[in-house]
Write a protein that binds this ligand. Structure first.
Ligand code: PMP
Length: 360
């Protein structure tokens, strides 16, 4: 059996040591006589797992005590509805910086519940940059400002945040959470689907300033009310128990690695190896303006659809898989999340060099 280097945008590569530990504990978790998958979510042995996952995550992200961490379901996509339902309550309006498909979806869902005001957009150049934030002012009556911190599809990321005064920033961090250090105090809500830097699909993490939870009206259905989940510490109903267990193992792995600061250093190194190679290549060209390049999703192309397809096919034969761009964007994309070892990026560059020599 041999593993490949998996550059998938998500569900994505997981640390090998985590997979091995999960395999070891699959049949019987510690001395419980059963697999984690078979446990009641109300058992002490499982509650220890979920509470520890929450604690480790809080430590890794340096989350202050006036924030609540929630493990939810419905994917990051449900947050496009759940967040406005809970916090778009004063003026029924939010602002957004439109940077691609993931903000498009937030706009479309948000517009069903209130007014969505696009204060800046990079649609004019097909989302290859992030609009400048220095002079950006949110509307005075916006309940919050929504951004997608790292656009998984285009390979862009924010490097600065606008000064929004009292208006909270809601950040979709699905594809960059735990990849670099963030000052949580700058955000009202951070949310992320797990299937990139956290663990398997099925769990969505929401970090919310407790004060904002008070904005929710009384008539929200229980499953859509942050307060209900917070009161029950993410155990209001059956949570995705196994996904949370794997997330806990990933958090332990990341702490052993040295935490988010050490991982950010490695992510900067990995992405610069790849961007430097692309910048010096005669065949490959990066898609995104340098300043806004993602550390996680490196998007590039040969400029020819046929050549891109050949690249993906040949890479696959060399155990380098999932390098095609998102169907809406085309081109090529290497997602190099935390669990992608430096060696994987080096192997990819080696292959790109060879491909360039053979095809230029
Ligand atoms: N936001 C971003 C930035 C994403 O990359 C994704 C999925 N790739 C989503 C939201 C949607 O996540 P989910 O599939 O978990 O609903």
């Amino acid at each position: 059996m041999s593993r490949v280097y998996n550059f998938s945008a998500g569900p994505a590569v997981l640390p090998e040591s985590v997979l091995k530990q999960a395999a070891d504990e699959m049949f019987e978790y510690r001395n419980s006589g059963m697999s984690v998958m078979e446990m009641s979510h109300r058992s002490t042995v499982y509650m220890d797992i979920i509470y520890e996952a929450e604690e480790l995550f809080t430590k890794l992200m340096n989350i202050p005590s006036d924030y609540q961490v929630l493990f939810l379901q419905g994917g990051a996509s449900l947050q496009f509805t759940m967040i406005p339902m809970n916090i778009m309550t004063a003026n029924k309006k939010f602002d957004i910086i439109h940077t691609g498909l993931w903000t498009r979806k937030a706009i479309d869902d948000g517009a069903k519940l209130g007014t969505v005001n696009t204060i800046a957009s990079s649609a004019d150049r097909n989302f290859v940059y992030i609009p400048a934030t220095d002079n950006l002012k949110p509307s005075k009556d916006a309940d919050y400002l929504h951004i997608c911190y790292n656009n998984t599809i285009c390979g862009t990321k924010f490097t600065t945040l606008p000064d929004t005064g009292n208006i909270p920033i809601v950040a979709d961090m699905s594809s960059c959470i735990l990849s670099e250090e963030y000052d949580i105090n700058r955000f009202g809500i951070i949310f992320a689907g797990a299937q990139k830097n956290i663990g398997p699909a099925g769990v969505t993490i929401v970090i919310i300033k407790k004060k904002l939870m008070k904005r929710a009206g009384k008539n929200l259905p229980a499953m859509l009310d942050f307060n209900v989940h917070a009161e029950k510490r993410s155990l209001y109903n059956t949570p995705p128990t196994y996904a949370i267990y794997i997330a806990k193992l990933v958090f332990e792995w990341l702490l052993n690695f040295g935490g988010v600061r050490a991982m950010e250093k490695q992510n900067r190194y990995k992405s610069s190896l790849l961007y430097d190679f692309i910048d010096n290549s005669k065949l490959f060209k990066g898609n995104v303006d340098r300043e806004y390049r993602s550390l996680m999703n490196v998007t590039f192309s040969t400029g020819s659809k046929k050549m891109d397809t050949l690249f993906v096919k040949n890479a696959e034969k060399n155990a380098l898989v999932n390098l095609a761009g998102h169907k809406s964007a085309g081109g090529l994309r290497a997602s190099i999340y935390n669990a992608m070892p430096v060696e994987g990026v080096e192997k990819l560059i080696e292959f790109m060099k060879k491909f360039e020599m053979e095809n230029l």
